[in-house]
Design a protein around this ligand. Structure first.
Ligand code: GPU
Length: 801
């Protein structure tokens, strides 16, 4: 799209008057931001409008990505970049005396997700638009996003996230596209003389589902996709007058995001959220589809519905309901159509994260779906017990012991199932879902996750992006694979110096932010050692802390080490007390080392509160070390590992999730690997394990553990809880088993740091190898091998002005 900076200025002034009846110069920064966002939305509008029909008219297959979480991050800069007008707009703003970065920072980030899962969904939407896939997000418009985290006395405190307070400029309410979603009541099956079954609903609760659409702009091409989020409201003008309690029950559905990550939240409300966005999404897809096509039997030819983890797995039964009850297909054709339309991604091996719903709960909320799930279960058993035997089928079936297993429902009702990294897919097939993989071996495939280099490199890391332009030309901006060309420069000292300077600039910026936020002065000359992700025992932030205490003792004993700043950012689920204890521990250790003159300047800890996408954009470009230290076999993939690598951090990692593929890509000499493999972990679990013996044999470790309980760290009960988790409760995540090898790998990095060009050469190789983790390629593989929805880049549409 073309735009001059003079046009920018004119449009902005007009928007200020239109929106706020004031001149641009008089507006507070928040309103200046809103005016600019409004202008950008207006520029994209006509193309977006055209895009909505273009695909249907061309007969191009559409992808609908169903996810209970999305984390788009702030959209203004990203939209400007994708529209190709970042430069004229920034120049125009500067001419007006406005600071672009300050305006971008006025945008409230929509925190409609917990972590990796939600962020992946948004990265995929951005990537689909970029490569020309007609993609649609389908999710929930929560009134309150993920809580805002603060620290009080080192403890996590959660504040509500009222993200819609100032209204969201990007969303568009589409009241005319609302649909009705039903819960509860009774369903009787009315059978006519021809055997046609019609369900008759009695006493159901009706909920009005109103969609809010946000444009997802394709990078440098006139392709605009849509993220559709549903909001729950009482049905307007319903004949029945609702009590305040009944209205509250309805609006509660989209009031708040469940703040649980990789953890099952077995609550009625959660089930209602899941059905709500699944039913609303499928109803609107089928209705839209039938405007362009005659028969629902054609659905799989034009529509792919993707189930992101099991939260939308009710789609299997809901699509059956629509095809049977509303479009009167036979069970067989409805089933064929359903399976051919749906695909499913699993995101976890953690048993506590595998969703199951008690039959009573589901049957009460979704009586018609329960009938259909029983029938799916009955037919599954009938079909597969012969060939595979009772035992295996019992383990694979969706309804077992009064529980409905959502992963089973998703696998049985999908044509393809994927894991999110090679190891994860392997473990899914051989362990977590092995019975289902025995029955449906061809359904299981791998699709390793990806990230968007636009947000993490072009926008968040301008110094490195500029360096790449100079060194390898700008081709990498459209095709991340081109970054590989950087590898040839690893012996060029000028390039290495430039790389060091780019990193330094990012570290200076982050140091400023740390000072502002925590009042902690840090030097950008230190090693910035970063662990950013949800707080969870399996991710082992605790191992990182033990590493810090090891260094602390070493420094106090007079050892010399390169100065290191340990940077953490992580939210804990409000109900996950152990994770909160670890937060308290990190903050307490930070207090100790940051104030001890004996280690002053050589060791510091900064725990930045309220981790979200915007904070990650500050931390990732400034990282030297990327800690990816989960117990092998636990992290499905990880994606911060990919972002940090892309921006030139060196990975300190176990052989878990996508770390394995990062090691393959970059070569084992350019990554610091340590710890047991997934196989070794499994063997060790069987063999038994004595963490106390390990602690006993290592004086420094013993001392660190002692510090948890001997009063040197004022931890309250957290110290004892953590101490006992390791030494009394057998250290479930093998922190002590991997400790020595972790310390060793970390010390190897200390050694490398003493040679700046040596370090920079390794960082350079990481950047050069990061192209394969672009989400653009990931969604291309989904499109080709799962959705059968071929991308059409360019030439399909034109910018509409
Ligand atoms: N993940 Br299940 C979440 O963030 N939340 C969840 O509820 C579940 C999985 C993560 C995985 O833990 C992480 O390894 C992965 O990279 C990410 O999903 C995206 O696949």
């Amino acid at each position: 799209m073309n735009l001059t900076k003079e046009q920018v200025s004119q449009l902005l002034h007009e928007a200020a008057i239109t929106l706020f009846a004031d001149s641009l110069e008089e507006l507070p920064p928040r309103q200046q931001y809103q005016a600019l966002a409004f202008v950008v939305k207006g520029l994209a509008g006509p193309t977006w409008a055209a895009a909505k029909h273009g695909a249907d008219e061309r007969g191009q297959k559409q992808v609908y990505y169903f996810a209970i979480e999305f984390m788009p991050g702030r959209l203004l800069a990203s939209n400007l970049l994708n529209l190709g007008i970042l430069e004229p707009v920034e120049a125009g703003l500067r001419d007006l005396g406005l600071d672009p970065a300050a305006l971008y920072a006025e945008e409230t980030e929509p925190g409609l997700g917990n972590g990796g899962l939600g962020r992946l969904g948004s990265a995929f939407l951005d990537a689909m638009a970029a490569v020309g896939i007609v993609g649609n997000g389908n999710g929930v418009r929560y009134d309150q996003g993920l809580f805002e985290q603060r620290f009080v006395d080192g403890y996590q405190v959660e504040l509500p996230d009222d993200w819609l307070r100032d209204a969201d400029v990007w969303e568009t309410r589409k009241a005319d596209r609302a649909v009705i979603v039903r819960f509860g009541g009774q369903v009787l099956l009315d059978r006519d003389r021809l055997g046609q079954i019609t369900p008759v609903y009695r006493g159901a609760e009706e909920v009005f589902a109103v969609p809010y659409d946000t444009a997802i702009i394709g990078y440098h091409q006139p392709r605009i996709d849509t993220m559709r989020l549903w909001h729950a409201e009482p049905v307007p003008d319903a004949p029945e007058v609702l009590t305040a309690a009944a209205r509250a029950r309805i609006t509660a559905i989209t009031e708040t995001l469940y703040p649980d990550d990789s953890n099952l939240a077995g609550q009625e409300l959660r089930l209602r959220q899941e059905y709500f966005f699944v039913s609303a999404g499928l109803q609107s897809i089928v209705a839209h589809f039938l405007k362009y096509h005659k028969s629902v039997l054609q659905l799989p030819k034009y529509v792919a519905v993707h189930i992101n983890d099991t939260h939308p797995a009710l789609a299997v039964a809901e699509l059956m309901r629509l095809l049977l009850d509303e479009h009167h297909l036979s069970w067989e054709s409805a089933w064929q159509t359903t399976v051919a339309t749906l695909s499913y991604t699993n995101h976890t091996l953690l048993p506590e994260a595998l969703e199951q719903w008690p039959v009573d709960l589901l049957a009460a909320q979704l009586p018609r779906l329960w009938q259909l799930i029983q029938e799916i279960d009955r037919r599954f058993r009938l079909r597969y017990t012969g060939p595979f035997g009772q035992l295996l089928v019992d383990r694979a079936a969706p309804v077992v012991d009064g529980q409905i297993k959502m992963a089973a429902l998703a696998v049985i009702g999908s044509h393809t199932v994927n894991g999110v990294a090679k190891l994860h897919t392997q473990l899914l097939k051989t362990q977590t879902l092995k019975e289902l993989a025995t029955i449906f071996p061809a359904r299981f495939v791998n699709k390793t996750n990806g990230i968007t280099p636009r947000r993490w490199l072009q926008l968040a890391d301008a110094p490195l992006a500029g360096l790449l332009d100079v060194q390898i030309g700008p081709g990498w901006r459209t095709d991340a694979r081109d970054i590989a060309a950087l590898a040839d420069k690893q012996d060029d000292p000028a390039v290495l110096d430039a790389l060091i300077a780019a990193k330094q600039a990012n570290k200076v910026a982050l140091a400023g932010y740390i000072q502002e936020t925590l009042g902690l002065r840090v030097s950008p000359a230190m090693i910035f050692d970063v662990q950013i992700k949800r707080m969870h025992a399996y991710k082992r932030q605790l191992l990182h802390v033990l590493g810090i205490l090891e260094a602390y003792q070493a420094l106090r004993a007079g050892e010399k080490r390169p100065p290191r700043l340990h940077i953490f950012a992580a939210k804990a689920a409000p109900s996950y007390t152990y994770a909160k204890d670890i937060i308290k521990l990190i903050n307490t250790v930070a207090d100790l080392v940051n104030h001890d003159p004996a280690v002053n300047g050589a060791l510091q800890v900064a725990f930045l509160p309220n981790y979200n996408v915007s904070l990650a954009e500050k931390i990732v470009p400034a990282a030297d070390i990327s800690e990816q230290i989960s117990l092998a076999g636990m992290e499905a993939s990880g994606t911060s590992n990919m972002k940090l690598m892309t921006d030139g951090a060196i990975t300190l990692a176990t052989l878990d999730g996508a770390n394995i593929e990062i090691a393959e890509a970059v070569g084992t000499s350019n990554i610091a690997l340590f710890g047991m493999t997934a196989e070794e972990v499994a063997a060790r679990r069987t063999a038994g394990y004595d963490p106390a013996a390990i602690a006993e044999a290592d004086p420094r470790l013993k001392k660190s553990l002692g510090m948890l309980i001997d009063g040197s760290l004022p931890l309250g009960s957290a110290g004892h809880t953590i101490y006992e988790s390791l030494l009394v409760d057998h250290d479930e995540y093998f922190v002590l088993a991997d400790y020595a090898s972790y310390i060793h790998a970390s010390r190897v990095l200390d050694q490398l740091w003493t040679d700046p060009h040596g370090w920079a050469a390794v960082a350079l190789q990481n950047i050069a190898a990061s192209g394969r983790f672009s989400a653009d390629d990931t969604v291309r593989r989904y499109a080709k091998e799962i959705w059968h929805a071929l991308p059409a880049r360019g030439g399909q549409e034109k910018w509409q002005n």
